[in-house]
Design a protein around this ligand. Structure first.
Ligand SMILES: [Zn+2]
Length: 395
């Protein structure tokens, strides 16, 4: 239906063609051409982008009858049937680097670890292959990476051709073909033979650096994220910048980062434990001061205090320390982004602090609850004076 120019020449970026059909695809204008260099989304490789007669091509798909449908940003002008097409070459070349890199990587995983590729996805940022193994040792992955990059440095030819079923049966295919009839074969010289309809570089040297970026274990399979060529370079650049920046901030060489971070973590741990101890000491002093200045009421004293911005945890710690050491009833509040309340009384004090808290919450428009000896709540932020007035009216 459409002669696919990329089958025989993946480096063809400009071409002229005849419009043989104008259609609508997912509500957008689209055309079918008699010949095209645009790669349609298939086999794990995304569609090309570019322009037809100056109109942006936003997607390329294969229709059921095998026609290549070019989805356009706006309709093509009606005049003339012959148009010029141009594909977005940097995008296409990136896809070629990743796709040929994938063939070499899959073959290397097969050779070194006897792991078969059962899935491939060429993504916008990273590409993945799925291997039929549950785990991979880091050293094994490094030796696969070594082999792949060796094949890149050897700059081996990569060729494509269509073969019939007789020849196909004699080829050492990595994977059986998914289609009937003549099958397109991609061959990395003396390394890999695989059926594939994708676009590939002419020599392995063009793939550039190949790097396994991440492993993701998913049951019986392992997903391998990898980067080739320009993507590997950009990744190296970003990582180097991060590492250099961290090393500068910590005033160490990048090779000393590990120890520097370990030292920082040790210091932070020590400081946290010092702080915890200091806070516990302060709490005891503060609690004694609060009790000393509290008003007596029969057999116990009433501690009422409203602070600017104390969190619920602090209020609760103060209330618990007070009620466990003294015969008291405690009404504490911290006013910040919200008003936090904590009411409590000692075991021997016969009061229902939960009921008092409900009353305070009703007046402040908040919510809360608890037991007769300890109740907590919160309300929308309001002035300190207002909270003080509500609390002192309770007892
Ligand atoms: Zn392929």
């Amino acid at each position: 239906m459409t002669e696919r120019l990329y089958y025989t020449d993946a480096y063809c970026t400009c071409f002229s063609a005849r419009v043989i059909e104008r259609v609508t695809w997912d509500g957008r204008p689209a055309v079918v051409l008699d010949r095209s260099a645009f790669y349609p989304a298939s086999g794990g490789q995304p569609a090309d982008q570019g322009a037809l007669g100056g109109v942006a091509v936003v997607d390329v798909q294969v229709r059921q009858d095998d026609a290549v449908v070019h989805v356009l940003e706006s309709p093509l002008p009606k005049d003339g049937k012959e148009i010029e097409g141009e594909i977005d070459w940097p995008r296409r070349f990136d896809h070629m680097q990743q796709h040929t890199g994938q063939h070499v990587l899959s073959a290397a995983f097969g050779r070194v670890l006897d792991a078969d590729t059962v899935g491939f996805h060429l993504g916008t940022d990273v590409s993945t292959i799925d291997l039929n193994v549950p785990r991979l040792a880091p050293e094994a992955v490094a030796s696969v990476e070594d082999l792949v990059n060796q094949v890149v440095w050897e700059d081996r030819p990569v060729s494509t051709r269509f073969v019939g079923s007789d020849e196909l049966a004699a080829l050492p295919l990595r994977r059986p073909p998914a289609v009937d009839g003549p099958v397109r074969i991609v061959e990395v010289s003396d390394f890999d033979v695989n059926p594939c309809g994708g676009t590939h570089v002419a020599r392995t040297g063009e793939i550039g650096l190949v790097r396994v970026a991440r492993l993701d274990y998913r049951g019986d399979e392992t997903r391998v994220e990898f980067l080739c060529g320009g993507r590997a370079l950009r990744d190296y650049r970003v990582r180097s910048a991060v590492v250099d920046q961290l090393a500068t901030r910590l005033t160490v060489g990048y090779w000393e980062l590990d120890q520097a971070v370990e030292r920082l973590q040790g210091e932070a741990k020590q400081l946290r434990s010092d702080l915890r101890r200091a806070r516990a000491g302060l709490l005891k002093v503060e609690v004694a001061e609060l009790y000393e200045t509290a008003a007596p009421q029969g057999t116990y004293r009433v501690v009422q205090r409203v602070w600017d911005g104390r969190d619920p945890g602090e209020l609760r710690a103060l209330a618990q320390e007070l009620t466990s050491r003294f015969e008291v009833s405690v009404l504490l509040a911290g006013v910040g982004e919200r008003t936090h309340l904590c009411f409590a009384c000692s075991e021997g004090v016969e009061l229902d602090m939960a009921a008092l808290l409900q009353e305070a919450c009703a007046q402040l428009g908040g919510k809360g609850g608890g037991k007769p000896h300890l109740a907590q709540g919160s309300a929308p932020a309001t002035g300190l004076a207002r909270v003080r007035a509500v609390i002192s009216d309770l007892m």
